[in-house]
Design a protein around this ligand. Structure first.
Ligand SMILES: CC(=O)SCCNC(=O)CCNC(=O)[C@H](O)C(C)(C)COP(=O)(O)OP(=O)(O)OC[C@H]1O[C@@H](n2cnc3c(N)ncnc32)[C@H](O)[C@@H]1OP(=O)(O)O
Ligand SMILES: CC(=O)C(=O)O
Length: 543
């Protein structure tokens, strides 16, 4: 059976930029365009030329992509011709092979937002698309509020999309702009548009995620016959976001009936770059990756419960709906108080520690983990700390490289010599080394009050890692990149749990945990684990 072609249209650089708190630079837009192109998308909507300097700069030197670069704008305004509308001219002047114009399809919006007669809006749509086609461009009509418009005045909504279609628009994209239409209704309305005479091969879908069903709504439109799907990387977009293309790419390529019915431009190879693409976007956005993101999140293939881990070791398909490597992800079997010996052995094997089933060290390890979790520790997100416990129980950590004799940290808010308000943190750390010597290190940081890394934890991290004698070279590239604080119950008392994420120059990341009644002390404990784990990885020996 031959497959139908589905076209994937990305609007991360336009609707994604409408996400509250997101502001891409021109250079970042270029990097994202390259990521999208590598994933095999058909269209990249680069932004709205003329609307802001960043978008204009992007189109002034638009990257060369295999995907069709598309400029976005709106239908011509009333009171001028399409040829004389300067906003439309700026969009066309970007010179892209495809142009997408948003226009009103809901009578309420025409009368309330535009304040013009209904017929005039239809004329504006028709004239805009005739103008684009006269310039030889591929023309895409984003029919704004189409679904709400169809429900309020079906005849008018259809008249609007037919005006664009009759004027030569290549694609009519039905937009659920407010994101409130549920998937079955989307399917019925798309089918009605096809019945009205616009073939599915010329129809697209643009869903917003206000009811958390944008992906399902997009699939309902495809089921009904639409052949273009719009969305954004990781679901960025206005309000609650757009349909998540990261998820849709994987669903369309790997899940039935879509994989057998439809062909897209993605390949098994490009799909393996999906997790990396999501991480690259997180890096650009400077945000912590969402662990539970379908397909690409760190927890998407994490098997925490003992029963799950036991079955996974026998056959991964028992608890996995796809092979994680298909999207560049990997399986994780974390440790926690939900774990049994199967989790434990799998986790140890990943750390290069083979332990026979039934080895008494396994029971001791499980006991330690469960006891410490009841005190407030959490090991499912702190694998490196777990590994140190395991090595200790297996007798592989007779020495701990160094012992902290004492530390002191002071934080102060004061005015500096220039009269600026600053936070000053000072830390002193004394460690004892295996050869009987001690080192004492001091570090002071001074930062404006609004800066995040001004604090005592940063000062302690630098002081602790400043002079570890013979081990110093091995930890010189250690960096503390993130830390999360939780108030939790340790037995009957409230305690602070700190998980810190570390990184080194190889790009490797690891997480450790500390617990104490004192936030600084909990952070310090997690840091000590982080450094010990790095020394283990570096093959450090007692000196
Ligand atoms: C559903 C969507 O997400 S569509 C994408 C929306 N994206 C954006 O708005 C981001 C980029 N936008 C902008 O930078 C600015 O809004 C601009 C440059 C386009 C326009 O700026 P301004 O001229 O200052 O207008 P402003 O933003 O206040 O209002 C938009 C105007 O466009 C009109 N308008 C809205 N949609 C359309 C349309 N499809 N066709 C013609 N005119 C429209 C509005 O009625 C309003 O006109 P008014 O000021 O006479 O009431
Ligand atoms: C065009 C668009 O972004 C919308 O209608 O949601």
């Amino acid at each position: 059976m031959s497959k139908d072609r589905l076209y994937l249209y990305d609007t991360t650089l336009r609707d994604g930029q409408q996400t509250q708190g997101v502001q891409f630079s021109t250079d970042e837009k270029k990097r994202i365009a390259a990521i999208l192109d590598a994933l095999g998308l058909d269209y990249i909507e680069g932004g709205w030329p003329g609307a802001n300097p960043t978008d204009s700069d992007f189109f002034d030197a638009a990257p060369t992509t295999r995907a069709t670069m598309t400029a976005f704008g709106m239908t011509k305004r009333s009171g001028r011709s399409a040829e004389n509308d300067d906003v439309l001219a700026a969009v066309l002047n970007a010179g892209t092979p495809a142009v997408c114009l948003v226009g009103k399809a809901h009578d309420f919006h025409v009368e309330t937002a535009l304040g013009i007669p209904l017929a005039e809006n239809i004329d504006n749509i028709r004239a805009s698309f005739a103008h684009i086609k006269a310039q030889g461009r591929e023309a895409i009509f984003d029919a704004e509020h189409f679904f709400d418009g169809w429900k309020a005045n079906r005849a008018y909504a259809l008249e609007a999309v037919h005006a664009a279609y009759d004027a030569g628009a290549d694609w009519i994209v039905l937009c659920d702009t407010n994101g409130g239409t549920l998937p079955p209704e989307i399917g019925r309305i798309v089918a009605d548009v096809i019945d009205s005479g616009i073939p599915g091969t010329r129809l697209g879908i643009h869903c917003h995620n206000d009811t958390e069903t944008a992906v399902a709504g997009s699939l309902a439109a495809v089921d009904a016959g639409a052949r273009q799907v719009q969305g954004t990387l990781s679901g960025l977009g206005e309000r609650c976001g757009n349909a998540n293309l990261t998820t849709l790419l994987a669903v369309l390529a790997l899940k039935e009936p879509y994989a057998s019915r439809y062909e897209t431009n993605t390949t098994p190879e490009s799909l393996k770059g999906l997790r990396r693409a999501a991480r690259q976007l997180d890096d650009i956005l400077n945000r912590v990756p969402q662990k539970q993101a379908p397909f690409v999140g760190a927890s998407a293939f994490a098997h925490k419960a003992g029963l799950h881990a036991s079955a996974i070791l026998k056959d991964p398909t028992t608890y996995e709906h796809i092979d994680p490597t298909a999207v560049g992800n990997s399986r994780v079997v974390p440790m926690s108080n939900q774990a049994g010996q199967s989790n434990l052995r799998q986790r140890l094997a990943e750390a290069g520690l083979e332990v026979e089933r039934g080895d008494p060290a396994l029971a001791a390890m499980l006991e330690t983990v469960k006891t410490r979790e009841s005190e407030g520790y959490a090991y499912d997100g702190a694998q490196a700390s777990f590994e140190l416990i395991a090595r200790t129980e297996l007798g592989l950590m007779e020495h701990k490289f160094f012992e902290v004799e004492r530390y002191r940290v002071i934080s102060e808010r004061r005015r500096n010599a220039r009269g600026e308000l600053v936070i000053v943190s000072e830390a002193v750390v004394t460690v004892a080394l295996p050869d009987g010597t001690q080192t004492t290190s001091f570090y002071q940081n001074e930062n404006p009050t609004e800066q995040q890394d001004a604090g005592p934890v940063n000062a302690l991290a630098v002081a602790l890692s400043k002079d570890l004698g013979p081990y110093q070279e091995m930890i010189a590239d250690w960096r503390l990149v993130d830390f999360k604080v939780r108030i939790t119950n340790g037995g009957t008392e409230a305690v602070t749990r700190v998980i810190i994420d570390s990184e080194d120059s190889t790009g490797r990341r690891w997480s450790t945990v500390g617990v104490s009644a004192n936030i600084v002390d909990a952070s310090f404990e997690a840091m000590v684990d982080a450094i010990r784990w790095k020394l283990v990885q570096a093959g450090a020996r007692p000196c």
